[in-house]
Design a protein. Structure first.
Ligand code: HEM
Length: 267
């Protein structure tokens, strides 16, 4: 039998497809959080990292395409499984355990839907950068003179709006909840949620997802409350008025001049 037929036409195949795509997306969010946590280091760190990713060029597009296909398959199979479950559901709930399972999958659907809406907004916000108008986000210069997008300032500016920051916190909270249930279902689908392991898996998934939420929340709250400050002289309200951590100049004019010279050299 064709592998695609098994994956997309049989119930067990669909569950395995959910588990595999979920695992890939799980890997992405963990990788993304690790990259984002660099915001707590010198701005050059996260700006250089974003620049490195951008310089992957066509390879970055291959990765993006792969992730888009993964998300589409994950959602498509989830919708199919939902219809199948509805068709197979008996008229009344016989046992409390069935009711609990149904509630969990209902919350999975709702949290998945909100997370999808969040991802669309988030890409418009930080990748396409259209939500705050053209030119809202600055450029900066790395210690080696390379002019790059200032992702550090973009993130700090992005979370200075308390309403937006709160929406991010809620979305990441729902995503963490979604991941926690997803992890357990993933192990169940691939047959690893056996009785001796079940409790352990539940605990590990709770601890993991709480840590995941706290990692993201730390970034949002630190930026919102001014614990992470803008260090780019081209951004109003920047922190290094007298001495710039980015370019080493010791007064405002020299800092701005350094950035301008570096930009001219690059163009
Ligand atoms: C507080 C949490 C988050 C922060 C601070 C954050 C930050 C960022 C930043 C700065 C970018 C743009 C990178 C660049 O311009 O080079 C980005 C892109 C992106 N983020 Fe997030 N992110 C967060 C949460 C999430 C979550 C939870 C998801 C997915 C569930 C996600 C998915 C993405 C995707 C798909 C992109 C586009 C990557 C690309 O350019 O191909 N982010 N994020």
């Amino acid at each position: 039998m064709n592998i695609l037929h098994v994956l997309f036409k049989t119930s067990i195949g669909k569950k395995v497809a959910m588990a595999v795509t979920g695992f890939i997306l799980f890997g992405f969010v963990i990788g993304h959080l690790s990259g984002n946590l660099q915001i707590f280091a010198h701005p050059d760190k996260i700006n250089g990292y974003a620049h490195l990713l951008e310089s992957l060029g066509p390879a970055l597009w291959v990765i993006r395409l792969f992730l888009i296909v993964t998300v589409v398959v994950h959602i498509w199979v989830a919708v199919q499984l939902t219809f199948e479950n509805r068709a197979a559901r008996p008229d009344g709930y016989q046992k409390q355990i069935t009711l609990r399972a149904t509630l969990a999958s209902r919350y999975m659907r709702w949290s998945g839907f909100v997370v999808l809406a969040f991802i669309v907004y988030h890409i418009l916000h930080f990748t396409v950068r259209v939500t705050h108008g053209p030119g809202a986000y600055p450029m900066t210069v790395l210690a080696d003179g390379t002019v790059v997008r200032d992702v550090h300032s973009m993130m700090v500016l992005g979370f200075q709006n308390p309403l937006l920051a709160t929406c991010y916190l809620i979305s990441v909270g729902l995503l963490s909840w979604h991941l926690r249930h997803g992890l357990v279902s993933m192990f169940q689908s691939i047959g690893l949620r056996t009785r001796p392991w079940s409790r352990f898996l539940e605990r590990v998934s709770v601890i993991f997802c709480v840590l995941y939420f706290l990692g993201n929340a730390l970034i949002v709250v630190a930026a919102m409350t001014g614990q992470i400050r803008i260090q780019n002289p081209l951004v109003a309200g920047y922190a290094c008025r007298d001495a710039c951590d980015v370019c080493g100049a010791i007064n405002t004019e020299a800092i701005v001049e350094n950035v301008d010279v570096a930009k001219d050299n690059q163009s």
